[in-house]
Design a binder for this molecule. Structure first.
Ligand SMILES: Nc1nc2c(c(=O)[nH]1)N[C@H]1C(S)=C(S)[C@@H](COP(=O)(O)O)O[C@H]1N2
Ligand SMILES: [Mo]
Length: 251
């Protein structure tokens, strides 16, 4: 956001906006600026603010509770509930999805870890795998149920001798997307490095060859096409998190 939006609000709306921003920041690390980027709303008048408030509360209480809690389990579903076809999303159109050659592919590991040797996909396939049928929720206002399987991130972090007392795990992707998780979220049992989608290797659209699947966070935290994982005490931010950061600092 280059220009700070001019906001004219009634005192009551202003208060509501400030409270919403605090709540978002606390629960999800998102600012209203980030939400406005994600939803395409300008958030410049009361109507827009109401729309976003409404969208945020569309999730029922139970969904809200697990979405932001960090320790509770996300709801799981059965195979008959899987959304077909599944929905694609990225910061670019589908025809720009990166083409990754498996022969060249290595997962790099850096930061506060003992073993920094890159991993091939085959090596990752030999680690213990975990399967889930869960709902991916995009803040743009849609959700879809899918099946993923792969290595629990916790298992992987243990294998590379990661400092599990560090604060963050960061992800760098082939398409220049990037994202990060706080360590408790990274260690959550349902947080996996997914290799398979719907019992087959991840298709290009959905993150080939490796993506994060974290059903306790919003869609944008589910980094696709991961090239590098790093452990750090400095908040690595993320593609969406960083763009919204300054947007509403003056409210
Ligand atoms: N590398 C990368 N990962 C990404 C994105 C992206 O643009 N690039 N978009 C995110 C967003 S906003 C969503 S909602 C999900 C969509 O995942 P899907 O295409 O499997 O539905 O991927 C997330 N991970
Ligand atoms: Mo999203």
């Amino acid at each position: 956001m280059s220009k700070k939006p001019k906001i004219i609000l009634e005192p009551a709306q202003r208060k509501k906006l400030v409270n919403l921003e605090r709540r978002l920041l606390l629960r999800s690390g998102l600012t209203l600026g980030a939400v406005s980027m994600l939803t395409g709303c300008n958030l410049q008048d009361g109507d827009e603010v109401d729309k976003v408030l409404w969208a945020m509360s569309r999730w029922n209480d139970r969904v809200q509770a697990w979405l932001f809690s960090g320790s509770k389990l996300a709801q799981t579903y059965n195979e008959s509930q899987i959304t077909r076809p599944f929905r694609f999303n990225a910061f670019y159109p589908e025809y720009n999805v990166p083409e990754i050659d498996l022969a060249d592919y290595r997962l790099e590991v850096s930061g506060s870890v003992e073993k920094k040797t890159p991993w091939t996909l085959e090596q990752l396939q030999r680690l213990p795998q975990s399967e889930q049928i869960t709902r991916l929720i995009c803040i743009e206002g849609w959700s879809a149920i899918g099946q993923w399987s792969g290595v629990p991130l916790k298992t992987f972090l243990q294998h590379v001798g990661a400092d599990l007392t560090a604060k963050y795990v960061g992800f760098k992707c082939d398409d220049r997307y990037y994202s990060s998780l706080d360590m408790p979220s990274a260690l959550h049992p349902q947080t996996i490095l997914a290799l398979d989608f719907d019992k087959k290797p991840l298709p290009p659209d959905f993150g080939y060859p490796l993506r994060l699947r974290i059903p306790t966070k919003l869609g944008f935290k589910n980094a696709k096409h991961i090239r590098e994982i790093f452990v750090t005490n400095q908040n690595p931010g993320g593609y969406w998190e960083d763009q919204g950061y300054n947007g509403f600092s003056g409210v």
